[in-house]
Design a binder for this molecule. Structure first.
Ligand code: KIV
Ligand code: ZN
Length: 507
């Protein structure tokens, strides 16, 4: 079996999709899980883009012990310096250098000639190589570049010391056969290509990102850049879980595998959803809610028991079949076991808080499902930051013939209690206005989403918000069987995150 390396760019390219930005703590949590998943390289961000990005890349670099950590950099000395400064703490660092190679980008973005780009490539790969042994070179917009020129750029990069060559389909334009042929051409004609791995990076604008990446694997590519749940700019990137399961399910066809522990796929997907609040479409392959729902087919064809239509088993991606339902009589032991089976390891403090929240919920709700437990874990993890403000109480007065009014009382870190009243378009808006008055800063609500964790009228409501204030943004998460309370908790959580991030950057 050929071994295909998985390069995960969820924290860099993936983060660029709307609503998917992550703060430092979220990036670290995600990076840890990606390492457990068995990803070979983790792209933690663009260290040279801002102080916050730099801090996040450096934190991930310091954290991981098994996976390689990389950061993308333009082919400019000052960007490479900043990138290396963030990466140098990594056990296995890699600099990811990028330069466009298509005429259209050379003319409109770089305003450089082909010759100048060749020189810059040689010079900057050499520069990066002096700092870091492992240098990946990406030819941006490779699929719209003149193949002969692209081959020349790759050759120059290899001669200057590049250790991996990446051929991105940056705008999702290529067709599978065409993309595969490009790899065949480059691997057959570029001097030095036989000694180093070639990598794919595909975008999903025409829905072909996975097909294109697989076609490149057949043509000799041995690294795939991808993201969890296929998140990414516009229509997204190649979905990691789809690549892994295609190779596993059709090993007979590809003769290739990855080092990914597939049983961690579902948990990783759920963690990303939990962190970003961006849900996976129900019919998404491998990780969508309906991906393994076979009942319809079975019934239609009169088949009972295990399906004859099954090409993968849900357990293979970590989706446990025994969706155990807990209730108010379930003990701590059964609850802790279930939390563990769902893949979470929580320390004693958190486990006590979690069990108390579970008991409170079981008093309100007939049965507590896996989804409820995951949401509880998420809400507790979201609260794991220093709390500048905590909710003490809220009182809402609303209706269709009166102006919605909310009175909110918060306590600060010093224990001081402040209560304010505000009106708004509805009870949620009124509550956010009252909180703004307490914190005394202009906070803008950028995004708000609400959903039910499970079906049923007693379901918990989960709310995700994104706020901005003085140029900084932060997200918050709230969970309650009362959706107004969930909204208030999410908003306070976002404000605490905002304050926390600001103090970290200033330190
Ligand atoms: O899409 C793209 O070209 C990229 C590269 C930087 C790899 O994301
Ligand atoms: Zn990309």
């Amino acid at each position: 079996m050929r071994q295909i390396r998985i390069f995960d760019t969820t924290l860099r390219d993936g983060e660029q999709s709307p609503g998917c930005s992550m703060n430092m703590k979220e990036k670290i949590d995600m990076a840890r899980q990606l390492e457990t998943l068995g990803v070979h390289v983790i792209e933690a961000g663009v260290a040279s883009a801002s102080q916050a990005d730099f801090n996040a890349v450096r934190a991930v670099a310091k954290e991981l012990r098994k996976a390689q950590v990389t950061s993308m950099s333009r082919a400019l000395a000052k960007d490479i310096d900043a990138t290396w400064e963030a990466l140098r703490h990594a056990r296995y660092p890699r600099i990811h250098l990028l330069i466009p190679t298509s005429d259209i980008l050379l003319e409109h973005r770089l305003k450089k000639s082909r010759e100048e780009v060749l020189e810059q490539t040689a010079e900057m790969v050499r520069y990066a190589k002096k700092l870091c042994e492992d240098v990946e070179f990406s030819a941006e917009d490779a699929t719209r570049s003149d193949p002969a020129y692209l081959a020349k750029v790759c050759e120059v990069a290899i001669a200057a010391g590049a250790t991996v060559i990446n051929i991105p389909d940056s705008i999702g334009y290529a067709m599978p056969e065409e993309y595969g042929n490009l790899f065949r051409f480059l691997r057959g004609s570029v001097k030095g290509a036989e000694h180093i791995p070639f990598s794919t990076h595909c975008h999903n604008d025409l829905g072909l990102a996975v097909a294109n990446s697989l076609s490149a694997i057949l043509a000799g590519a041995s690294e795939v850049q991808c993201t969890i749940n296929g998140i990414g700019e516009r229509a997204g990137n190649t979905a990691l879980e789809e690549i892994v399961m295609n190779l596993k399910t059709r090993a007979d066809y590809y003769g290739a595998d990855t080092a990914i522990d597939a049983t961690q796929i579902y948990k990783t997907s759920r963690l990303l959803t939990a962190i970003t609040g961006v849900k996976v479409q129900p019919n998404k392959a491998i990780v969508g809610e309906n991906a393994f729902a076979q009942e319809g087919e079975n019934q239609q064809h009169g088949v009972s028991g295990k399906s004859v239509y099954e090409i993968m088993r849900p357990e293979m991606v970590g989706l446990t079949n025994n969706k155990m339902v807990l209730g108010k009589h379930s003990g701590r032991h059964a609850f802790n076991d279930r939390v563990k089976e769902l893949g979470y390891s929580v320390n004693l403090d958190l486990s006590n808080t979690l069990f108390k929240r579970f008991k409170d919920l079981a008093d309100k709700k007939k049965s507590v499902s896996d989804r409820d437990i995951e949401a509880l874990v998420r809400s507790i993890l979201a609260q794991e930051i220093p709390k500048s403000y905590m909710l003490e109480r809220y009182v809402i007065n609303s209706g269709n013939t009166i102006t919605p009014t909310s009175s909110i009382a918060l306590t600060g870190v010093d224990g001081a209690r402040v209560e304010k009243v505000a009106i708004g378009f509805g009870p949620v808006d009124a509550s956010f206005n009252a909180i703004n008055k307490i914190v005394g800063r202009a906070v803008k609500l950028e995004e708000y989403s609400i959903g039910a964790v499970t079906e049923g009228r007693d379901a918990q409501g989960e709310v995700s918000v994104k706020i901005s204030s003085e140029g900084a943004t932060a997200k918050g998460y709230g969970l309650s069987t009362d959706v107004i309370e969930a909204s208030i908790l999410a908003y306070i959580n976002a404000i605490n995150n905002l304050i926390y991030e600001k103090t970290r950057i200033e330190q």
